[in-house]
Design a protein around this ligand. Structure first.
Ligand code: 5AD
Ligand code: SF4
Length: 467
């Protein structure tokens, strides 16, 4: 019988990837993906635990789902609620106690066991329970990657591909080493095979994912290991793969092979998300980052020497315990020196079980808010300046979806800027269909002249199609 699953994803791109793979795992068991929880037989919340707010949102969503589940039960229809991801991993048993409406809790490493869990849950519900009680948050010895189905339920020109998972760095503020476990790298042959399948299904751009993606050290067929730079060289050989990106990187693992890949590999995009977190050496030390502001500047210099136009991005935490005004000024100074094309910044949020959460000198909420506002104003200024500098330039844009306006498609520049492209003006309509003369451009790399820039996106005109 055909059934529907609705998956709501919170947090990082790894969760987006995992959600898609959960849908792939369920497909052979009769589940198709639904866009809404209203008509779903199974709802999966794929959760994020990185900051407090993320977990709170999950509990309020469960409250909403409970009403739907109860209404359905009154009509004799079954609905299952599953919580997956990092909140599930960190707080599974507590979640089940706090929200008895949850049927299943599964960690990020056990989603390949979903069909078995569903079977058990079905048996428990058939035995008369309102909710099942299935919990699986192990770190099993087999990996979820060994169970990926050949066919994916998804398509589109830009795809994610997980190459590495977990983290051994133990930054003192971060839950990831506890929720995602130890570092693991997939063998290079498996990744190349998955990438080939993606390209065969129309994918032009692949973003390699890992919590510490540049710590990648995957097994080679001959017994050696490959680092991320080697992997990028290998993937560049795949015909039809136009763009390679990777995220998220740690400054400590930015080696020369990888830096030089930005110079030598045409498909390796000139964009790097390299979180620094703070510009103060005292705070970096307290965060256990194991890099300094100086070593970070050195990496940036080497990257810019290899690829002068590289666009940089970062994550920042303000109000880490013990952060003084001077520490914060050091962060602003670092930002002025590096000049990021874009960045993410957060107020420090104490995470249970992490070393920083028990440091006594926590920073006042009002100070955090004020610092965050100042930092974001500076980052926004630089982002707008970066975007404005794009006006008049020609760039290759990968068109990913329809824009809001008729005749407008939305894509990404090499520097990951969102670009609205007017495709109607160009006479080359490729293999157009009559209703939408521009639809032939969808999923293609095209040449675009940038005409306007805003804080979050660009506008441009089509100059020509590339392939
Ligand atoms: N508080 C605030 N921000 C955090 N991050 C990770 N843990 C915390 C925390 N406890 C941020 C970091 C990281 C990004 C994914 O989330 O900047 O790079
Ligand atoms: Fe968290 Fe640090 Fe690991 Fe990144 S490197 S996942 S911030 S512990």
């Amino acid at each position: 019988m055909s059934k529907k699953v609705f998956i709501k994803t919170y947090g990082c791109q790894m969760n987006v990837y995992d959600s898609k793979r959960m849908a792939d795992v369920l497909k052979p068991h009769g589940y198709s993906v639904s866009e809404s929880s209203d008509d779903a037989d199974l709802v999966i919340l794929n959760t994020c635990h990185i900051r407090e707010k993320a977990a709170e949102k999950v509990y309020s969503e469960i409250g909403r789902l409970k009403q739907i589940k109860t209404a359905k039960a009154a009509q004799g229809n079954d609905m299952y609620i599953a919580v997956a991801g990092c909140v599930a991993q960190a707080e599974g048993p507590e979640m089940m106690r706090r929200a008895p409406t949850i049927d299943m809790v599964l960690g990020p490493q056990t989603y390949h066991r979903l069909p078995d869990m569903l079977k058990t849950a079905g048996e428990q519900r058939a035995a008369g329970r309102n909710s099942a009680r299935v919990l699986d948050t192990e770190f099993p010895t087999e990996t979820k990657f060994d169970h990926l189905p050949e066919e994916s339920a998804y398509s589109g020109p830009a795809a994610f591909l997980t190459v590495q998972e977990g983290c051994d760095k133990f930054c003192t503020f971060c839950v990831v080493p506890y929720t995602r476990g130890a570092e693991y790298s997939r063998p290079i042959a498996d990744i190349v095979e998955e990438a080939k399948r993606l390209v065969a299904s129309g994918v032009v751009e692949i973003t390699l994912l890992g919590q510490n993606v540049n710590a990648y050290h995957g097994a080679l067929a001959d017994g050696g290991t490959a680092n991320l730079g080697d992997l990028i060289h290998a993937l560049d050989q795949i015909e039809g793969l136009g763009r390679i990106r990777y995220t998220t990187s740690h400054p400590r693992d930015m080696d020369d092979t990888l830096i030089n890949a930005h110079r030598d590999v045409a498909s390796c995009m000139p964009y790097l998300h390299l979180p620094v977190q703070s510009g103060s050496n005292a705070i970096l030390d307290a965060m256990n980052r194991k890099h300094t502001r100086e070593s970070y500047f050195d990496i940036i210099d080497r990257l810019r020497a290899a690829r002068p136009d590289i666009a940089l991005s970062s994550d920042f935490i303000v109000g880490f315990p013990g952060e003084t005004d001077q520490d914060f000024e050091d962060t602003l100074d670092l930002v002025r020196r590096v000049k990021y094309a874009q960045a993410y910044s957060f107020k420090y949020s104490p995470r249970p079980g992490t070393p920083a959460s028990v440091i006594e000198q926590q920073v006042d909420e009002s100070v955090k808010s004020e610092r965050l506002a100042r930092l974001q104003a500076l980052l926004n200024e630089h982002q707008l300046e970066f975007n404005t500098n794009s006006i008049g330039r020609e760039m290759d844009i990968l068109l990913e979806r329809e824009g809001k306006l008729e005749g407008q498609l939305l894509g990404r520049s090499p520097y990951l800027q969102a670009v609205h492209v007017d495709v109607t003006s160009h006479e080359n309509t490729l293999d157009a269909d009559a209703d939408k003369p521009y639809s032939g451009f969808m999923g293609k790399l095209v040449r675009v002249r940038i005409t306007e820039a805003g804080p979050n996106s660009l506008k441009g005109e089509l100059v020509g199609a590339l392939h």
